[in-house]
Design a protein around this ligand. Structure first.
Ligand SMILES: [Zn+2]
Length: 109
């Protein structure tokens, strides 16, 4: 086997296989998005909701015009998993409204 000249590599260089292994173990810890209950069907519906109602619903009720970023389940999935993909159970919210709602645990506003 011919010897190759030494190759300088940056300190963070990792062989591809090792990198793949690390990514795989990261996925295993976090769970895939499908495993967390957000599969392709949810992604599609989420985009549909945001396309139909691009503005945050809470902000709109208060006369503010804010772009929605999240899609919220009006009745939480934990209570009604069957309504997870029900369009009428979904509302678009901006990130502050959504995180405020989640932080208070008040899902029925
Ligand atoms: Zn809002």
């Amino acid at each position: 086997m011919p010897s190759r000249p030494p190759v300088h590599r940056p300190a963070h260089y990792q062989p591809a296989a090792q990198r793949r292994e690390q990514l795989a173990s990261l996925d295993a810890r976090r769970g895939s998005s499908a495993a967390r209950g957000y599969g392709a069907d949810w992604q599609r519906l989420r985009l549909q909701v945001l396309a139909e109602e691009p503005l945050c619903r809470f902000c709109a009720e208060q006369g503010r015009v804010t772009a929605a970023r999240d899609v919220d389940h009006i009745v939480p999935i934990a209570q009604r998993p069957d309504l997870r993909l029900e369009r009428s159970n979904l509302r678009p919210l901006c990130q502050p409204c959504h995180s405020g709602l989640t932080a208070r645990g008040d899902q029925f506003r």
